[in-house]
Design a protein around this ligand. Sequence first.
Ligand code: C5P
Length: 218
Amino acid sequence: MTTSRALIIAVDGPAASGKGTIAARLARTYGLPHLDTGLLYRAVGLGVLDAGGDLDDAAAAEAVARSLDVSLLSDETRLTTGEAGEAASRIAGYPGVRAALLKLQQDFAGQAGGAVLDGRDIGTVIAPDAVAKLFVTATPETRATRRWKQLTARGDAIAYEDMLADIVRRDERDAGRGAAPMVQAEDAVLLDTTDLDIEAAFDAARRIVEAARANHGL
Ligand code: C5P
């Protein structure tokens, strides 16, 4: 028997896999609110740096996470820098930081009409009961090229080789940590975007969500 429930869509995957764009477009398509959970970790990382703190100091990062200044979340330009991404992945392994950000994310996922969240642990930890779970990936080289184009288009100076090294280091850190490591949920559908442009990737994502909705009688 199927029970009717809210349409929660969990989109996980590594940096620059296309998960953010896919999640945003799914949210528009289904008229759902969208949370890019990476922004929370980025805001905490930058909050530590802004306070003159040390990213190796777990207690300092947890304190920032507990009193997260949500106005920081609107500063998209700063939050999407390589510096913010690196800071985020360094503090994201602290269990206290993850615990401090848990309720906010679960409340967002629990909204009456449903929600789309993207991150690393949405399908495994934040919303294990999500109706649709996608794990979006692509080769490190493809992801580095995409991120390099984005950053250089807006004037950030970074060499492709450094970008690739950053991506590989971040993957290792995110997948290797003890607390909520980046891993495909058992019931998530893998979507490899290496050879797909954004339209094709989005079409594939929508088909996965439609199949999941049909499965749940939604
Ligand atoms: O997705 P994005 O690149 O913005 O994430 C930045 C960093 O935040 C990731 O490398 C990861 O360490 C952390 N993160 C996380 N769990 C999430 C979202 C992001 O650990 N749900």
